[in-house]
Design a protein around this ligand. Structure first.
Ligand SMILES: NC(=O)c1ccc[n+]([C@@H]2O[C@H](COP(=O)([O-])OP(=O)(O)OC[C@H]3O[C@@H](n4cnc5c(N)ncnc54)[C@H](O)[C@@H]3O)[C@@H](O)[C@H]2O)c1
Length: 439
């Protein structure tokens, strides 16, 4: 198999986070600690996972970061936008995810250097927030131009070779794809008309693509998942991916759901509820933002279980997802799942999962991997939707007409096979006949 031409990861990689809240500040602090050897980047495939190459008997399993030419953590430089003026040190303190004495004080100088640029922010789209570090205008053309200027200024001031942008900002209100999103011409006209279906996140994504910057969407907003921007990304050679980091409850759902299906066990109901008390929880307390999240969380089971093919097993599933804002828990989310399943001859059973997780501790390594893989994809000449990054998302973006692959282990296989394909290695099919035949 031929190896793809991949440009080397020379020079610095600028990482622009939209939003400097819990996830971004935890990401930045973690990368700085890992650079200094003061903490392990646990949960990150790019830093810790291996990839098997060739036959099981070949014993070739390099680290992914030794196999594909990824940017080194030492070359990453961060920048951000946020409607609150807090620098990354203050943002991390405020988010309360990391222990200050253990993980923030020692790197406070670098964290203080990441000061958010004024955000392209409009309260219409995130009702529960009101920050003062915003651009002067909510005129959409003015915001777009200002984001593009920010990208270029950041590039120059920090002397970075390449830039990647990641949306780790609040979940915007629910917007359905409409006429303004169908072509670049319609999208451009809608910007000039200040059409309400053009959300700030779309302006960030558009600016990124126009500036040749890969864009990853960690929230469930529509953002870059519209025909106009998907097509433009292909045309401009820019990788895009989304939506919504798959961190806690949905991660579990996309492991247990495929298990039920694999064993042909029936499902009558799946009730999922969460309590969390961070700023994300506060924003999601607004019904319009919650609706965006709900759509992203609900789609998963439908695609995994395929009720139309198995009506006797999955034709009548009651699926409910709730998120409750409960300040005392902060970022330490608790996610409960009650699963009502049935087996042989229809006998009912129950399964309960109680995941006492830490939202941003789970999300930060995904953000790091997305940044590094998006940069790799661009250097490998891969543009448009990066379906191989579905592994990281609750509602993976796919080409029109395709259903998304939600099963975590199919997603992992897809990711690793893409890396093998990039490097000209054989795909691993898991057939395994060769071990039992004289070859
Ligand atoms: N942590 C997780 O496990 C997880 C999982 C999936 C998705 N997400 C999503 O990731 C996003 C970030 O989560 P978080 O916990 O860091 O939230 P957070 O509230 O701590 O941080 C988000 C930040 O974005 C800022 N912001 C809002 N609108 C903005 C705009 N237009 N431009 C720039 N900044 C803006 C807010 O001021 C805030 O500081 C949320 O949308 C969340 O739903 C998080």
């Amino acid at each position: 198999m031929n190896e793809r031409q991949i440009a080397p990861a020379d020079g610095k990689l600028g990482v622009l986070t939209v939003g400097l809240g819990a996830v971004s500040s935890t990401l930045i602090a973690g990368v700085e600690l890992a650079k200094r050897g003061q903490a392990d980047p646990i949960g990150s495939l790019t830093q810790m996972a291996t990839i098997r190459l060739g036959k099981r008997t070949d014993a070739r399993s390099p680290l992914i970061k030794d196999f594909v030419p990824l940017a080194s953590l030492d070359d990453i430089v961060f920048g951000a936008w946020d409607p609150f003026p807090d620098d990354a040190y203050v943002a991390a303190q405020r988010a309360g995810v990391l222990e200050s004495g253990k993980h923030l004080e020692g790197i406070s100088d670098v964290l203080r250097e990441v000061r958010p640029m004024p955000a392209a922010f409009d309260r219409t789209y995130v009702k529960r927030l009101d920050g003062e570090n915003t651009m002067d205008s909510v005129d959409k053309r003015a915001m777009l131009d200002a984001i593009r200027e920010d990208i270029n200024r950041f590039r120059e001031e920090k002397g970075v070779e390449r830039v990647v942008m990641i949306w780790a900002a609040s979940t915007e209100i629910f917007i359905e794809p409409g006429p303004a999103h169908q072509s670049i011409e319609a999208f451009e006209a809608a910007i000039d008309a200040n059409d309400p279906t053009i959300a700030p996140s779309m302006l960030y994504a558009y600016a990124a693509i126009l500036e040749g910057v890969p864009f990853a969407n960690g929230a469930p907003n529509l953002t870059v998942d519209i025909p106009a921007l998907r097509d433009l990304a292909v045309e401009r050679g820019v990788p895009i991916s989304g939506k919504d980091f798959k961190t806690g409850q949905t991660l579990i759902k996309t492991v247990l759901g495929p298990m039920l299906k694999a064993r042909m066990l029936g499902l009558s109901g799946w009730y999922s509820t969460n309590i969390l008390g961070n700023r994300d929880g506060e924003v999601l307390d607004d019904p319009e933002s919650f609706k965006t999240k709900e759509e992203s969380k609900l789609g998963v089971l439908e695609h995994i279980l395929e009720p139309e093919k198995f009506p006797e097993l999955y034709g009548d599933v009651y699926h409910k997802v709730r998120i409750n804002y409960y300040p005392p828990r902060g970022d330490n989310k608790e996610g409960w799942d009650n699963i009502d399943l049935y087996g042989w001859l229809g006998y009912p059973m129950q399964m309960k999962v109680d995941f006492l997780c830490r939202d941003s501790i789970l999300a930060a390594p995904l953000a790091l991997d997305l940044v590094l893989f998006s940069d790799l994809a661009q250097r490998a000449g891969m543009s448009g939707i990066q379906e191989w990054l579905s592994f990281y998302y609750k509602a993976p973006m796919v080409a029109p007409g395709l259903y998304p692959e939600h099963d975590l282990f199919i997603q992992l296989t897809k990711l690793k096979n893409t890396l093998r394909w990039m490097m000209g290695e054989d795909q691993i099919t898991h057939l395994g006949r060769e071990y039992y035949e004289d070859v």
